[in-house]
Design a protein around this ligand. Structure first.
Ligand code: SF4
Length: 366
């Protein structure tokens, strides 16, 4: 297991969730409902909570949305962050309504006096602020054409705004420096991390669909996380935000930084496969996300789902639970390396899920 020394950043409290200072990396997402419709927003946040989202951001494009902050907050369990662009008065209303954190974009919030007003009010309310620098909204970045210059401009802009907050003795700061290009993003975060110790919110912006966005974000965030940069992540995907949370946990688990509670190992299938393994594994993945409290396990339960008896038994034996296909309709079931029976292929998911639930129950009772 890789040993990470992730304790270099300042600890920031966001509505009871601590980020930075070596705390476990926090998984965030963002709603895509219309915030004016607070009931639909609450419904989506509850779905995000169920899959393990730990901090959620909502967009406040207008005052009407800002007036909904307290109603939304009352109906959810995780800290709520307001995403503000253009109008600092919306941010002031969000503070009044009890928001847990503000995210402002220096590229469009206007003059620095507005940031100063926000710093004063956020300090009074004891809430942190994220300076979220985004390459697309900064003309000084857009006009540059090489990655290194763009990265430097992103980092310089973040420092400039951080200095405005620091001037007002405001240090509850989180920073993000997002671009859609991996090299620019990684370089920008590295420059900033070498200059300030504020916790970093990682993301590759506009990364794309579940397929492309997952790959791009995982490469970009993977490089930084492996290098011990980053305290919280948001995987921006053009998809249901639930997918962002699932991908984030999978990414963090693959780097041994967080546990989603479950690790599924499966073979790629070949001409020896006589069962519909692709469907079984996909059903299994969907089913396990609905198991409550799985993320409370510090070490994931390893489950192997293998197509045949060539490599199957080896992997299945090494897992906590495993099944290796042994013909058209059935498989050999393993538990902690021992064969414990045979299971018809239509019951693999059910059987494995029930074994996982039993193991979880026993582990939590210990
Ligand atoms: S475990 Fe069996 S079915 Fe799966 S890829 Fe290997 S040989 Fe093929």
């Amino acid at each position: 297991m890789k040993f990470y020394k992730r304790n270099q950043t300042r600890k920031i409290n966001i509505g009871g969730v601590i980020i930075g200072g070596g705390e476990p990396i926090v998984v965030q997402s963002m709603t895509n409902t219309n915030t004016k419709n607070w009931k639909a927003t609450v419904k989506q946040i509850k779905q995000l909570e169920a899959v393990g989202c730990e901090i959620v951001r909502i967009s406040l494009p207008d005052m009407e949305s800002a007036y909904n902050v307290s109603k939304i907050k009352k109906n959810i369990k995780i800290p709520l962050v307001a995403d503000i662009h253009f109008d600092y008065k919306i941010a002031l209303e969000a503070i009044k309504q009890g928001i847990d954190k503000l995210r402002i974009n220096p590229g469009n919030i206007g003059s620095k006096d507005k940031v100063e007003i926000l710093a004063k009010e956020a300090k009074k309310a004891h809430i942190p602020m994220r300076v979220g620098v985004n390459a697309g909204s900064l003309k000084e970045v857009r006009n540059l054409f090489d990655n290194a210059s763009r990265a430097k401009a992103l980092a310089d802009t973040a420092i400039e705004y951080v200095e405005v907050l620091e001037k007002h003795v405001f240090f509850d700061i989180v920073v993000s420096l997002k671009a859609s290009n991996i090299d620019t993003t990684v370089q920008a975060y590295k420059i900033f991390a070498s200059k300030r110790n504020y916790p970093l919110h990682l993301g590759i912006t506009e990364s794309g669909s579940i397929f492309n966005g997952t790959i791009k974000s995982s490469v970009g965030l993977g490089i930084m996380l492996y290098d011990e940069i980053g305290d919280t992540v948001r995987l921006s995907l053009t998809a249901d935000p639930i997918e962002e949370v699932k991908v984030a946990y999978s990414l963090l688990q693959s780097l041994e930084l967080r546990s989603s509670g479950i690790e599924i190992v499966s073979c790629p299938t070949c001409s020896r496969t006589q069962i519909d393994l692709i469907k079984i594994v996909s059903d299994m993945e969907n089913k396990v996300t609905t198991i409550k409290n799985l993320r409370k396990l510090s070490k994931p339960i390893k489950v192997a789902i293998m197509g045949c008896v060539v490599n199957g038994p080896g992997e299945a034996k090494a897992a906590d639970f495993g099944i290796a296909g042994d013909g058209k309709d059935s498989g050999i079931l393993f538990k902690s390396g021992e064969i414990i029976g045979k299971v018809k292929s239509e019951s693999w998911v059910l059987k494995l899920v029930s074994m996982i639930k039993d193991r979880l129950k026993n582990s939590l009772e210990d």
